[in-house]
Structures are given as structure tokens and as C-alpha cells.
Write a protein that binds this ligand. Structure first.
Ligand code: AMP
Ligand code: MG
Length: 362
């Protein structure tokens, strides 16, 4: 009996061993699904560079992250060359130089951004107007010698601001500006496009987890390798760099901010910033000091952050609520923070300065 009992015990032990081995094998099989993650190495690759007049930082989880980050920078520099008006050469400069005369051939990228810019100019009722170039140039906020133009001069230049004067020829493909002196300025949308293109490059290289920040245009690819959400701070518009009024937790989202703190000069105690109200020719004075848009595409978020900054709280909220899949955070001059309904669970108000009031819904 003892012997038989011992044999039964032995069988039990062998069975247990088999179960343990099978369990280990199966759990290792289920990990196979996560192989791309397993390949990563959890150490991120970080790269900080400069292009499009701003700092660009990338964090990529991948074996060949360095090579991928270089491809991204090459693409961003190409976009800059095509679309900038701050350096000579490039397609948009050619378009502007030929204003009132000829059609100019444009690459697929430039035409796409121009069409998107026109579309957002229309849906924002001209609060975003990509032909605001002559006014932006006159203020010179980006130059070493900014100055306050005369009201007469601004009135003259305002005659040149009208996005409907961009004539697009899809077959060519190309475009023309109707009036002599008109200038397209893609400064409010091109960085958003560049960030979307970066995400495309990450995806082509099978990257599952990365982020890019092009001067406040942030795009998150996937979540973090440990499965947690990315956390993105919303800048306190009146605090020093690195101070926040709250945190957005998200994955696979573009988060883009505009504000009067990003570029400005001061004269006689007045702040003249870089976002122009195309109705007045003056820096926008809508009562907002910061806008943040959360959406799928960074190009949309970029155009909308600039547009809503000009529209102000009420009209800005109305516009965002009309567009599906887009959320916003608005910060007013009287230091109130408003969010759209879709952000209730992903935005955490956290104001170290104790100066802001969280109103949530308007
Ligand atoms: P952002 O930093 O994205 O809000 O864009 C601001 C930049 O867009 C400025 O530096 C100008 O180059 C350009 N810009 C300024 N005002 C407008 C406007 N009302 N509509 C479109 N672009 C603008
Ligand atoms: Mg913008």
C-alpha cells in the first residue's frame, strides 16, 4: 500500500511538474504577441535638435531609434525649406513672390498644408487666416527690430488679407495668390504637419511608442512601453518655462498649444505678441492667453489652437464643440481654466502658482 501510495504521490508530482511547465510555456507564448515591445529595450532614445525656428525633441522606443530620429529630422528640414517665409528659397516664397501674377507648382506636401490652412481659415470664419503674412511681416515680432505699425499702414495691409484669394489648381498641382503683395504664412500650421509626418515615419519603422515635440506641437504615438499613459503638462502662460496649470494623460493624440507668451515684444508696458487678429491687424486681444487643443491630427490641432486663440472663449468653445474628436483647454486673462467635456477624465488641474481657478465647463 505504502509503495502504491508513494507511486501515486510521484504521479501527482509529475503531473504538477507538467502543469507548471505547460503554464510557463503558454505564458511565454502569450508574450510572443508582444514581441515588438520585447525587442525595444525599455531605455528610450532621446534627441534634441533645432529646426523650423524652434526646439524639436523626440523620444523613441526602438532598436534603431537614432536612425529613425535622423530620418524625422531630414523630413522636418525638407518641410521647413518648402514652407518657411523666414529664409530665402522654397515653394511658399515662390508662391508669395508670384502673387497677383502666376500659378506656382507645389509639392504634394505643400499643397496639402495650404488646402488644410484654407479649410481652417473658412471654418474659423477668418479668425485663422493663412494670408495674414503681410501683417505678421510688418510687426516683425520674429525679427531683431519689432515695431508697432501705424493704424493707417495696418488698414492698407488688411486689404491683402483674404484666404479666399488663394486659388488652388489640383491638376497642376499648384496655386496662385490673387493680389499683388499677398503673402501666405504657414507659421500657424506647418509645425503641426511636420509632427504628423514624424509619427508616420515612426509607424513605417514599426515603432509602437514615441513622442515628438516641435515647439509646443506634441504628438504621442501609442502609450508608454509599460502600458501607462503619457503625461503632458499644460503651460502656465504667466509662469516661467516648465510651470504648469495642469496635466493631460493621453495616448495616440496630438496636443498643441498657442499663447501670447510664446513670441512677443514689449513697448511702453504693452505686450505685442505673434498671433494676429485678421480683423484688426493687431495682436489678438480676445481675452484668452493660452489655448490647448487635443485631437488626432497635429495639423488640425495646430490650426485650431491659433484659430481659437483669436476667437476667444465663447466662439472658440462653439467651434471646438462642433468638431468631432477635438477637445480644448482655454485659459483666460483673468486666470480661469476652461475645458471641453471630453477632457474631464484626462485633464488634471494642478496649479502650483495658486493663481488660477478651474471652472471646467463655461
Ligand atoms: P501658433 O504659434 O501656431 O499659434 O501660430 C502663430 C503663427 O501663425 C504666427 O507666428 C504667424 O506666423 C502665424 N499667424 C499669426 N496670426 C495668425 C492668424 N490669425 N491666422 C493664421 N496664422 C497666423
Ligand atoms: Mg497653430
Amino acid at each position: 500500500m505504502k509503495y502504491i501510495k508513494g507511486e501515486a504521490n510521484m504521479r501527482k508530482k509529475i503531473l504538477l511538474l507538467i502543469i507548471v511547465l505547460v503554464t510557463i510555456y503558454l505564458s511565454s507564448c502569450s508574450k510572443l504577441e508582444n514581441l515588438p515591445y520585447m525587442n525595444f529595450g525599455t531605455e528610450p532614445y532621446e534627441n534634441v535638435d533645432y529646426a523650423m525656428g524652434t526646439v524639436i525633441s523626440q523620444r523613441i522606443y526602438s532598436n534603431n531609434a537614432e536612425e529613425i530620429s535622423k530620418k524625422v529630422m531630414d523630413k522636418i528640414r525638407q518641410i521647413e525649406e518648402d514652407m518657411t517665409i523666414n529664409k530665402p528659397g522654397g515653394e511658399i516664397n515662390r508662391l508669395n513672390d508670384s502673387a497677383g501674377r502666376d500659378f506656382v507648382k507645389l509639392s504634394e506636401d505643400t499643397l496639402y498644408v495650404l488646402e488644410k490652412a484654407k479649410e481652417f481659415s473658412k471654418i474659423s470664419n477668418g479668425a485663422f487666416d493663412v494670408t495674414v503674412g503681410p501683417i505678421v511681416k510688418e510687426w516683425g515680432v520674429f525679427t531683431d527690430n519689432p515695431s508697432v505699425p501705424s493704424m493707417e499702414r495696418l488698414q492698407d495691409l488688411l486689404n491683402l488679407v483674404n484666404y479666399e484669394d488663394i486659388i488652388i489648381d489640383k491638376n497642376m498641382p499648384g496655386a496662385k495668390l490673387q493680389k499683388n503683395g499677398q503673402l501666405v504664412d504657414l507659421g500657424g500650421i506647418a509645425k503641426g504637419f511636420a509632427a504628423d509626418e514624424a509619427i508616420d515615419i515612426y509607424k513605417q519603422h514599426n515603432v509602437k511608442s514615441a513622442f515628438i515635440n516641435i515647439g509646443g506641437n506634441i504628438v504621442l504615438l501609442g502609450d508608454k512601453p509599460d502600458g501607462s499613459l503619457w503625461k503632458v503638462g499644460v503651460r502656465n502662460p504667466r509662469g516661467p518655462e516648465g510651470s504648469y496649470i495642469g496635466i493631460i494623460s493621453a495616448k495616440d493624440k496630438a496636443i498643441v498649444s498657442s499663447g501670447d507668451y510664446q513670441r512677443y515684444f514689449e513697448k511702453d508696458g504693452i505686450r505685442y505678441h505673434h498671433i494676429i487678429d485678421p480683423r484688426t491687424g493687431y495682436p489678438s486681444d480676445s481675452g484668452l492667453i493660452g489655448t490647448t487643443i487635443v485631437s488626432e491630427l497635429s495639423i488640425d490641432a495646430d490650426a485650431l489652437s491659433t484659430a481659437t486663440f483669436v476667437l476667444g472663449l465663447e466662439k472658440g468653445m462653439d467651434l471646438i464643440e462642433k468638431i468631432e474628436g477635438v477637445e480644448a483647454i482655454f485659459i483666460t486673462r483673468d486666470k480661469k481654466v476652461y475645458i471641453t467635456g471630453g477632457l474631464v477624465n484626462s485633464f488634471e488641474f494642478e496649479d502650483d502658482s495658486n493663481e488660477y481657478e478651474y471652472v471646467k465647463k463655461r
